[in-house]
Design a protein around this ligand. Structure first.
Ligand code: 5RP
Length: 222
C-alpha cells in the first residue's frame, strides 16, 4: 500500500472509532494535517449525528465547513469525548512529536479538553526514540533569538521555519538533533523558557489510542 492509502485506511478506522465511541449529539475534536484530512473526509457521511466539531487549525475548520460539519468555538464546549489527530512521530508509550503542520498549540489545547485522544498515522511514524523529526516550538516573535539560544543550550539546533506564521500569529523554531529519552521532562523544560508558547512534545498528555496503518491492516494500540 502507498503512504496515501495507509492514511486513508486509518482515516476510515478513526471514523469507525468515533461512530462506536462518541455519543450522538456530542462534539468531535479534529486535528490537522494530511492524515487528519483523510479522517475528516471519512467523518463527513456521519457528521450530522454530532453537534459539530472543534478544529485545531483554520485549515481544518475550512475542510470541516466544506463538508457541512458545524465548527464550534472551544469556549462553548464542555466535553470532547474523542479527539482524532495525526503525529510526526509516536513512541511505544504513545508519546508524540506533533506540529509538522504548525498547529501544535491549538492541537495541545483540544487534546487537553478531550477524554480520549486517538492518534492516526502510517507505520513510518512509529519510532523507538523520538527526535529524528525536528521538534517544533511555537515562539512569540520578539523572543525568537532568546528561545533559540536556550534551545541550543539543551543540545538542539533550532531552525526558524521560514515564511511561516502560525494561526496564532507566532513563529516556529524546528529543533534538530535532539534524542528525546525523557519526553515528559523535555516537554516541561522547554515550556519553561520565557517566550515559548508551547512545544510539539505530547508526553504529559500522550495519545490514549493509536490506530497505525500497516501493510497488513490497521493495528490498534492503547
Ligand atoms: C500538524 C500535526 C500533524 O498531525 C502532523 O504534522 C502529521 O501530519 P501528516 O498527517 O500530514 O503527516 O501535528 O501540526
Amino acid at each position: 500500500m502507498t503512504q496515501d492509502e495507509l492514511k486513508q485506511a486509518v482515516g476510515r478506522a478513526a471514523a469507525d472509532y468515533v461512530a462506536a465511541h462518541a455519543p450522538a449529539g456530542s462534539v468531535i475534536g479534529v486535528g490537522t494535517g494530511s492524515t487528519a484530512n483523510c479522517f475528516i473526509d471519512a467523518l463527513a457521511p456521519i457528521g450530522s449525528r454530532y453537534r459539530g466539531a472543534v478544529a485545531s487549525s483554520e485549515a481544518t475548520r475550512a475542510r470541516l465547513e466544506r463538508h457541512g460539519i458545524p465548527v464550534l468555538d472551544l469556549n462553548d464546549v464542555d466535553t470532547i469525548p474523542v479527539y482524532v489527530d495525526g503525529a510526526d512521530e509516536i513512541d511505544g508509550g504513545l508519546n508524540m512529536i506533533k506540529g509538522g503542520g504548525g498547529a501544535l498549540t491549538r492541537e495541545k489545547i483540544v487534546a487537553a479538553v478531550a477524554t480520549t485522544f486517538v492518534c492516526i498515522c502510517d507505520a513510518s511514524k512509529r519510532v523507538e526514540v523520538m527526535g529524528r523529526f525536528p521538534l517544533p516550538v511555537e515562539v512569540i516573535p520578539m523572543a525568537r533569538a532568546h528561545v533559540a539560544r536556550e534551545l541550543a543550550s539543551l543540545g538542539g539546533t533550532p531552525v526558524l521555519r521560514a515564511g511561516f506564521v502560525t494561526d496564532n500569529g507566532n513563529q516556529i523554531l524546528d529543533v534538530h538533533g535532539l534524542a528525546i529519552t525523557d519526553p515528559k521532562g523535555l516537554e516541561a523544560r522547554i515550556n519553561q523558557i520565557t517566550g515559548v508558547v508551547t512545544n510539539g512534545l505530547f508526553a504529559m498528555r500522550p495519545a490514549d489510542v493509536l490506530l497505525l496503518g500497516t501493510d497488513t491492516g490497521v493495528r490498534t494500540f492503547s
